[in-house]
Design a protein around this ligand. Sequence first.
Ligand SMILES: *Cc1c(COP(=O)(O)O)cnc(C)c1O
Length: 364
Amino acid sequence: MMYGRVFNFNPGPAALPVPVLEQVRDELLNFSGTGMSVMEMSHRSKAFAEIVERAEGGFRRVMGIPDEYAVLFLQGGASLQFAMVPMNLALEGKPVDVIDTGNWTQKAIGELEKLASYRIAASTAGEGYTRLPRREELDLHPDASYVYMASNNTIRGTQWAWFPDTGDVPLVADMSSDILSRPVDVSQFGLIFAGAQKNAGPAGVTIVIVRKDLAERASKDLPTMLQYRTHIGKRSLFNTPPTFGIYVVSLVLDWVEREGGLAEMARRNEEKAELLYSAIDASAFYECPVEESSRSRMNVVFRIRGGDEELEKRFASEAEAAGLVGVKGHRSVGGLRASLYNAQTVEGVRALVDFMKEFEQKYG
Ligand SMILES: *Cc1c(COP(=O)(O)O)cnc(C)c1O
């Protein structure tokens, strides 16, 4: 394997495209003739201003982001957005409608408890989050401040194939684990956020795409750093941003564009997911707990039939010994999970499927 690298199925931080890492290596000591690393560069320098512009421009082109939206590079992870979104977008007397689909929406609800009134517009908790709500199950109100959802549930292995029509109510989506994995119509959303470390870059950068008029809802009494308008006004340079992370994100966007954009990413992600799900479904040894129409192309959650935890542990450790790293399920749900973000290759998924067959022959 190139550079002795393994097939990396980690859920996040996760694999990055090798050409991106090679470029980082090549430019590490002297970025573009500046005589210094991006890590050593002033965030007020011309060279860094160009990097931020490249990252923002990359997002705008790749995702087709309209001009009335700002693209921000913030810190604090997706988890800070669980609080920043209600702080900025929740209106007095207008509850937030939340679609609860798993651990990450639960975390967001935890912050809403402290900050704003909300209603559960739908929840599949009763079914162990093994599927997403159906259209007719959504109880959405025209007086809501906004509707909140997670487009891909990293832990439960579900992903929305469609987005609710919320009319004039802004739709807010946590896209941490599927941003850049497929085309989306940004104009359907009021705000999209994502921690970069799953599909867009290294840990430490959070991407926020927000319709600028919505950022004006916030009270000016909020702490300065917690207002979107601060970062919109300064184009993510109010304070020292995560400079190196933004640089790597800009390279990931260049790579996505070179490879054919989001339509091509979606095609590859579908091919990889299909390979793995069909191997699981064809076997009597493995099973996928997620309803077919809700299955994620990013995080494939599966079990050894009967939920044999000892055997699952053995699966994860033998897989790792075979160079297939990170296939353990999230500690809160157990089982197995393979993350198939953009940087995962078809070759990597084939190797996993081959390993699964061998493991079944040995222990099935
Ligand atoms: C990983 C993840 C988060 C948490 O991200 P942090 O950057 O660690 O705060 C939130 N939502 C989803 C969907 C995730 O996958």
